[in-house]
Design a protein around this ligand. Structure first.
Ligand code: TGC
Ligand code: FAD
Length: 405
């Protein structure tokens, strides 16, 4: 899409997004003024710059890369990272609520922010050297650089420990070989945090920079989901990388899994945003659409759908708020995060489907957001640990039995 097309859409759809969030249990009372400020500022950014263009971006399978800088300026990247390293210096509820507002627009937009904040800035901040932090974090935080996170491989998705991407040492450098698949942002990323095995077979984090010889990032085509986000591969063919690009602060699979805790937490909030968007659209449509001489919202079957949607959104909001307080206290466990990610994505998928039905035939068009959310959520339920994997993490917590071995 051209800049002119984007500007024309923004002009044509100016002021049309009138979204306000449902708050049946006065959950706003649990939020601080700072949390509400973050929500309002991300929401008004979304309404101004993203809502007018998102449908056309998705229909055209177009990643609006100009928004990376904008999102950096608004503070969407790493709100939970300390300000002196390019983040927002805010707490985990602020981070979550920002993800809710972005995914209310589109899961692909939230994906861009999740990857940048939780999967690129977070590992560099938590496990990186001071030099790495100074070199990369400010530019990632303000959107001058785009990052990606390479864990999944063609033959190792749910079981990342089986990864075959590895490096050998050569003086002050390492030589990296292998490939990663399904990597959000990769075709346009300036930098990739890649997880690879060292000569002893231990998983390490390596910062790979665009332009390094032998490093390519082919785009993955033909997606029906997350069409406004760009996805690709990371291919390493004898890539020579200075040892100073290895993250010194962590060894083993707990490195990438620790980053996933933060990103999965963000998705729990994000999924509520997608669910709210579908619910609000269905509520308005049910009031406006008349059949048999009355609004369809007057029929019990439609009321049941709306009542169940609001119930699930309210429960999900409470789960996220409590999980956010545990994250702030450093007490949230991986299994608690799995419960929230798994539940909230599932309820968002169900709500999108039910809301689509309330819109009848109109619901399948791009005039309403449900089909786009529904297709996006098929990726969200798969990435960052599939629905099954999160169930098994919970199952292990409950029974003490590990289903993965
Ligand atoms: P296991 O033996 O259980 O654990 C290995 C080591 O890791 C530790 N650990 C964790 N540490 C921190 N946080 C967690 N959540 C952790 N889970 C485990 C564990 O204590 C152990 O440490 P140590 O010190 O003893 O070595 O590992 P396993 O090989 O049995 O695998 C467990 C399993 C299946 C749960 C895990 O591998 C898993 O979560 N698989 C799902 C893979 C996944 O989520 N991939 C996501 C790729 S990134 C992505 O999708 C980005 S999408 C981005 C976007 O666009 O938004
Ligand atoms: P598989 O692991 O092959 O799973 C296939 C099916 O088998 C699933 O239903 C799964 O639940 C089931 N299964 C697997 N193991 C078990 C078991 N033990 N018991 C029961 N059932 C099981 N990865 C990154 O590293 N970085 C990214 O930025 C990234 N972005 C992504 C963006 C998109 C759009 C998508 C779709 C994926 C992305 N991923 C990314 C990859 C994602 O994390 C993986 O797709 C996911 O972890 C699942 O791996 P897989 O696709 O190989 O499926």
């Amino acid at each position: 899409m051209t800049t002119q097309e984007i500007n024309e859409l923004k002009e044509a759809k100016k002021g049309k997004d009138t979204f306000d969030h449902p708050d049946f249990y006065n959950i706003d009372d649990l939020l601080s003024e700072e949390h509400k400020m973050v929500r309002d500022s991300v929401r008004s950014y979304v309404k101004r710059e993203l809502s007018p263009i998102i449908e056309e971006c998705a229909q055209n399978n177009y990643f609006p890369s100009h928004i990376v800088k904008q999102m950096g300026d608004v503070g969407c990247f790493g709100p939970q990272i300390p300000a002196e390293y390019g983040g927002g210096g805010l707490d985990y509820i602020s981070y979550g609520i920002a993800m809710q507002e972005l995914e209310r627009c589109d899961s692909g937009i939230r994906s861009t922010a999740s990857v940048q904040g939780s999967l690129v800035m977070y590992p560099i901040h938590k496990f990186g050297s001071e030099e790495q932090k100074i070199k990369f974090l400010p530019k990632l935080g303000n959107g001058d650089m785009l990052g990606c996170f390479g864990l999944t491989e063609p033959d190792h998705g749910s079981n990342p420990n089986g990864m075959t991407t590895s490096y050998k040492e050569d003086g002050d450098d390492i030589i990296l070989n292998g490939a990663k698949l399904w990597i959000s942002n990769s075709p346009q990323a300036d930098v990739a945090v890649v997880w690879a095995k060292d000569p002893e077979g231990i998983v390490r984090g390596v910062i790979v920079e665009r332009g390094m010889e032998g490093f390519t990032t082919p785009e993955t085509h033909g997606k029906w989901s997350l069409r406004a986000s760009i996805t690709g591969e990371l291919v390493f063919d004898n890539v020579r990388i200075p040892k100073s690009n290895i993250l010194p602060g962590v060894k083993g699979l707990k490195g990438p899994l620790t980053c996933l805790n933060s990103a999965r937490y963000g998705i729990s909030w994000g999924a509520i945003g997608a669910a709210m968007d579908c619910y609000e659209s269905a509520k308005k449509y049910a009031a406006q659409r008349h059949q048999f001489g009355r609004p369809i919202g007057g029929f019990q079957l439609q009321q049941k759908k709306l009542a169940e949607m609001l119930t699930e959104i309210t429960k999900a909001q409470l789960v996220c708020w409590r999980l956010g307080t545990l994250m702030n206290e450093g007490k949230a466990t991986p299994a608690q995060i799995s419960l929230a990610k798994r539940n909230n994505v599932e309820i968002a998928m169900n709500i999108a489907r039910e809301a689509r039905q309330i819109h009848g035939g109109m619901g399948i068009t791009g005039e309403y957001p449900m089909m786009r959310h529904m297709m996006n959520l098929e990726s969200v339920v798969t990435y960052e640990g599939t629905h099954d994997i999160h169930l098994l993490i919970l199952g292990m917590e409950i029974t003490g039995e590990n289903a993965f071995i």
